[in-house]
Design a protein around this ligand. Structure first.
Ligand SMILES: O=S(=O)(CCO)c1ccc(-c2ccc(C3CCCC3)c([C@H]3C[C@H]3c3ccccn3)c2)cc1
Length: 235
């Protein structure tokens, strides 16, 4: 894909996430939610009295590939079908076929002021030669943009989010064309570093995050399972 003004930033952040995804959650992380295969961890971090808790979620979803999960997460046209915490979302610039810039209005979470966000969103396939299936990832990273002016009373969110997915094929048939959905599953890692961009009561924000991240990940992954059920597998 063509080089653009954010190529170096995108490369740097993608590489950082590829290192970070391997870090285990044994020390310093609290398991805040478990539901079947989904495990949600959080570290309690404050910067200048603002809660910026990193979030890490591991989940295994049967019947879908990592490419399908990343595709539905990245593609703009599906977003409002699974994202219940947004008032609006729109693409304000396309930098290359895999990198766009979004502007989003997030639903107001009382008593905090309404948040908006502007980030570049990049989707990529990392082929790791040794394993059979490639890793797919999406990164959403805050960036300023002239078409996303900061307008009071909205507060600009600062977010660095990654969705990293592996595809597992159990009992692969001799001919890949014979692979069925019951033989595939996606192992996903979702990490979110969200700075609310301005003061929010710590307990309120931690409560919202604890409720909303698991709900959002469950709703999103269920949506992809539904959408792909009778479609050819996208590897
Ligand atoms: O995965 S994404 O890139 C999907 C694209 O939309 C993503 C997900 C979540 C957020 C987000 C935005 C705002 C908040 C807070 C900050 C003050 C008031 C709201 C939170 C915290 C509260 C947690 C939360 C988690 C999930 C959904 C909503 N709320 C999270 C941003 C981007």
């Amino acid at each position: 894909n063509g080089k653009h003004r954010l190529t170096d930033d995108v490369e740097r952040i993608v590489q950082e996430h590829l290192q970070y995804v391997r870090e285990d959650v044994s020390n310093g992380w609290d398991l805040i939610h478990q539901d079947g295969e989904m495990k949600v961890y959080r570290r309690e971090v404050e910067e200048n009295g603002i809660v910026v808790d990193p979030l890490k979620c591991f989940h295994t979803i049967k019947g879908v590939t990592g490419h399908e999960i990343c595709r539905y997460f990245w593609e703009f046209q599906y977003r409002m079908e699974w994202e219940t915490t947004l008032d609006s979302t729109k693409i304000i610039e396309a930098l290359d076929p895999d990198t766009v810039i979004f502007f989003q209005l997030h639903k107001r979470v009382w008593p905090a002021a309404q948040r908006d966000s502007c980030f570049w969103s990049h989707i990529r396939c990392i082929s790791n030669s040794d394993e059979d299936q490639p890793t797919w990832l999406v990164v959403n990273y805050t960036t300023p943009h002239p078409l996303a002016p900061i307008k009071s009373p909205q507060v600009r969110l600062v977010a660095n989010v990654a969705l990293i997915c592996e595809t597992i094929i159990s009992e692969p048939p001799l001919n890949p064309k014979d692979i069925k959905r019951e033989n595939i599953q996606c192992k996903l890692t979702y990490v979110a570093f969200v700075n609310p961009g301005g003061w929010v009561p710590s307990a309120a924000l931690r409560g919202v995050a604890k409720r909303e991240y698991p709900r959002f990940l469950k709703r999103f992954t269920s949506y992809v399972v539904e959408q792909t059920r009778n479609k050819p597998i996208l590897f």
